[in-house]
Design a binder for this molecule. Structure first.
Ligand SMILES: Cc1cc2nc3c(=O)[nH]c(=O)nc-3n(C[C@H](O)[C@H](O)[C@H](O)COP(=O)(O)O)c2cc1C
Length: 448
């Protein structure tokens, strides 16, 4: 039987503003508005576990209103949905989204064939075994390790009674998983890959309780210069302000270019482009009066929280004035650091981009945007990856527009190979990984 329960020892105190303040050990306080006393009534009804129906009978509210209230309390984390047997608790479901699926009357009995949702993930969370819904973030905690056998048994279509028999408490667990939409009759399943759905859910307010970030946010200092660094030509911005095409023209003219000129772009052009899209324009210190502030940089492209966690790496096959190789742009000093001059990793990266751009021209220069993911995670916690991809989109468009204004061609590459990038740079992809790529080069009409 599935029951509603208070989530642990709760203290419920009325406040002066028709709110109830709910506190308890190991939990953040929750304030719930309760002008008509119905929240208090439900919590009183749940002084011991009760079925949804029993709560309906005890609390004098219309059925729809009561159901809404119970959902509100589930999502607030004040109550849970759980199941037990003669030996104690079997599993507990906790909710994170007000859109979460809750069907306490779902049936999974007997000879019915059932299967685990592709969006159910068995994993460790806060030191406990849980089955998590990638779709809405609901977490079902397994109170007995042996119940993992039931979850495994559900990976192929199975008769409910048979799979329930794989571990004590199996029948109750099956009911609970069905009540939260993680077990159903086998059938047509949505095509979106679970990892995409999970990433989305785990990075949106309203669909998940986002993890609180922690850590040092200060912009790292500029790296010390190294003998092998290559200073880049600095464009004359005053002249560019006079000669650049108007933004309206650039926006209208921008297209993805896959056919490049026989004469490659020059180091001067590469320097101008990087200066205009990626250099550090200004370094600003933390505000001593605000302990939440941190030092940061301003650059031509926006970046969430001014984290600027994306580095521009260049794989250069052909650029007049620059030897082939893999380089990293140093945005403080407008210079290039040599990363790798070997041919094999360079050819791999260039060839993958050539294939992605339909083999029209062998790319002259590939820009890979590599994220220092830890940096954004320290500020944004669970939001970080989604913000990094948005930052990458912003950076790609900056390159597109600047290349267009400069009379160069550019084309984003959708299928970058993070392993090729890791091998070429020697970077650990767990720390710094390429998340977006764009090819740039001279236009065919510019050949001399
Ligand atoms: C994120 C992203 C990835 C892309 N990946 C590729 C790619 O791998 N190969 C390619 O030929 N074009 C790629 N493109 C270019 C698109 O095909 C192009 O933007 C689209 O066809 C519209 O054409 P336009 O850019 O000329 O307006 C990509 C564009 C973006 C924004």
């Amino acid at each position: 039987m599935i029951t509603l329960r208070r989530d642990g020892e709760l203290t419920v105190d009325p406040t002066t503003s028709a709110d109830l303040l709910i506190t308890g050990p190991d939990r953040e306080p929750v304030a719930l508005h309760d002008a008509d006393g119905s929240v208090a009534a439900v919590l009183t009804a749940l002084h011991r576990p009760a079925t949804w129906q029993q709560v309906r009978e005890q609390v004098p509210l219309g059925e729809g209103q009561l159901d809404l209230l119970v959902r509100r309390l589930l999502v607030a984390g004040v109550i849970t949905l759980g199941c037990s047997d003669g030996h104690g608790d079997v599993a507990t479901a906790r909710f994170r989204s007000r859109l979460a699926e809750v069907r306490p009357d779902a049936e999974t009995a007997g000879e019915q064939t059932v299967q685990l949702s592709p969006y159910a993930l068995l994993r460790r969370l806060n030191g406990r075994a849980v089955v998590e819904s990638a779709r809405d973030g609901t977490v079902v905690e397994l109170h007995r390790p042996a119940l993992a056998a039931v979850v495994a048994g559900l990976c192929t279509p199975a008769v409910a009674a048979t799979v329930a028999g794989l571990a004590p408490g199996g029948e109750q667990l099956l009911r609970l998983l069905a009540a939260v939409g993680m077990v159903a009759a086998p059938g047509a399943e949505a095509g979106r890959p679970p990892h995409a759905v999970w990433t989305h859910t785990r990075s949106r307010n309203g669909l998940a309780d986002l993890r609180t970030p922690v850590g040092d946010l200060d912009e790292p200092p500029a790296e010390p210069a190294v003998d092998t660094d290559i200073a880049l030509p600095v464009p004359d911005l005053a002249a560019l302000r006079r000669t650049d095409p108007p933004l309206a023209e650039v926006m209208e003219a921008r297209r993805s270019v896959r056919r490049f000129g026989g004469t490659p772009l020059t180091l001067t052009q590469l320097g101008e482009l990087l200066h205009r899209v990626a250099r550090v324009q200004q370094r600003l210190p933390a505000d001593p009066a605000d302990d939440r502030s941190y030092s940061f940089t301003l650059r031509p492209a926006p970046s969430a929280g001014a984290m600027h966690e994306l580095d521009h790496y260049l794989t250069v096959r052909a650029c007049q004035g620059l030897a082939p190789g893999v380089y990293r742009y140093l945005p403080d000093r407008h210079a290039l650091a040599v990363v790798n001059r070997d041919t094999v990793p360079l050819v791999r990266l260039i060839n993958a981009a050539y294939l992605a751009l339909n083999r029209v021209s062998v790319p002259q220069v590939l820009i890979s945007l590599a994220a220092r993911g830890d940096r954004t995670t320290r500020k944004y916690g669970d939001l970080a990856y989604s913000l990094t991809l948005r930052n990458a989109g912003v950076a790609l468009q900056s390159v597109y527009l600047c290349a267009t204004a400069m009379g160069l061609g550019a084309c984003a590459v959708g299928s970058g190979d993070a392993a090729d990038f890791a091998e070429a740079t020697g970077l650990d992809p767990a720390e710094v990984s390429a998340v977006a790529e764009i090819v740039i080069g001279s236009l065919p009409g510019e050949d001399v």
